[in-house]
Design a protein around this ligand. Structure first.
Ligand SMILES: [Zn+2]
Length: 386
């Protein structure tokens, strides 16, 4: 879910089966599903659990690395129940799984909650791991204080960190689409992985040896540190009970939550310090948009569908407005926001709402959109002005 280069390609989930999907009978049953891989036309087996079973026999399967597989009926070759319960990989198993996919120059750096498969060297990978851990703690604390019950991730979270931007870009284009090759990183809802590269490698020369050197080099590009935090926030939010992968999550909300956390902090050595600071790049973008072309029905258009995120002309303004709306709701409608997030977290997977459902869901939580608009505009106008 890219910050600046456009909408996430990853939300474009392959639809399985009929629109009406049913929950699998037992989510913890361990199964082996054999299917024909559409890309390679080869057969492959996945061990995991079935999350959704469609009326036509299509499946949504989560494997032990927590990668999601949509299996259409024509791809499905066989399915068998195995002994034992589904368990996600522990850190060591996940590490082995990632290393097997990425080749000899990669090593594993483990932290308490992350398995980082990396070719970027120990110093950078450990620095990133510390940032992830700090972010995760701050995220859980922030929402706990707001009254939203979240949990620590139930399995280690995977990250891939490439040595250079070029190696990252080649992988990103294959894994997630060419539009992500230019980004500083992304989170894949499908694979549940964050994919990044060593930002200090861009200046050329040897890779950084110490945290101080990394932070000194990164001071030149706080927006790239913001991208790491942004993508890592998406991953945390999808793994601690805030969002459900492949459920109908409004884009403004997913992106708003990530931008609420990403705020660059130039005074902090690491380029990031805390959640919920005023996000000046987004605020300034929103101000320019408001002065130039923002319409009276702007909030409604942001809420009911993803059109503004899909159009390259409007995507940056849609992001800025999503940040502004999220910031406003957390600051001014905290209880309603918590209740809304709670309701969204229990939405079923692979069931897509109509624009009217989306509008109604929002109105049920926050009331009439045009009444909210007035308070929203007034509140945002006051921000950052002394
Ligand atoms: Zn994003």
């Amino acid at each position: 879910m890219s910050t600046r280069s456009g909408p996430l390609s990853l939300i474009a989930v392959v639809m399985i089966g009929a629109a009406h999907a049913n929950l699998a009978q037992s989510a913890d049953e361990l199964v082996r599903v054999t299917l024909t891989d559409k890309a390679t036309e080869e057969d492959r087996s996945i061990e995991g659990r079935i999350l959704v079973e469609a009326a036509d026999g299509g499946l949504l399967v989560e494997d032990r690395s927590r990668e999601l597989w949509t299996v259409t009926p024509d791809q499905l070759l066989s399915r068998e129940t195995l002994a034992g319960e589904f368990q996600p990989f522990d850190g060591e198993e996940l590490g082995r799984h990632l290393l097997a996919q990425h080749g000899d120059e990669f090593t594993l750096v483990e932290t308490e909650h992350y398995a980082i498969c990396t070719s970027a060297g120990a110093a950078y990978s450990e620095w990133v791991g510390k940032l992830f851990e700090r972010l995760q703690r701050a995220f859980l604390d922030t929402w706990q204080r707001a009254g939203l019950e979240l949990h620590e991730p139930q399995a280690p979270l995977p990250a891939i960190v490439f040595r250079t931007k070029q190696e990252y870009a080649e992988f990103a284009a294959r894994d997630a689409g060419p539009q992500l090759a230019d980004a500083a990183g992304y989170y894949s809802i499908r694979t549940n992985r964050i994919v990044l590269y060593d930002l200090t490698s861009e200046a050329g020369g040897a890779s950084s040896r110490s945290a101080n050197e990394i932070e000194r080099r990164l001071r030149a590009s706080p927006e790239n540190v913001a991208t790491i935090v942004h993508e890592a926030t998406h991953q945390i939010a999808f793994n601690c009970g805030m969002h459900t992968r492949y459920a109908d999550n409004p884009m403004w909300l997913l992106e708003g939550i990530a931008m609420y956390c990403e705020t660059p902090d130039l005074r902090s050595g690491s380029g990031w310090k805390a959640i919920g600071k005023l996000n000046l790049p987004r605020l300034n973008r929103f101000r320019r948009f408001s002065e130039a072309s923002r319409r009276d029905d702007s909030l409604l258009s942001l809420i009911v569908n993803e059109d503004r995120f899909r159009d390259p002309e409007s995507v940056a303004d849609a992001y800025a407005e999503s940040w502004a709306l999220t910031y406003f709701l957390i600051r001014n409608r905290r209880e309603e926001m918590v209740a809304y997030l709670k309701a969204l977290s229990s939405k079923p997977r692979l069931r897509w709402d109509s624009a009217e459902d989306r509008r109604q869901e929002f109105v049920d939580a926050f009331g009439n959109v045009s009444d909210l608009e007035e308070d929203f505009v007034r509140f945002i106008r006051r921000q950052g002005r002394r």
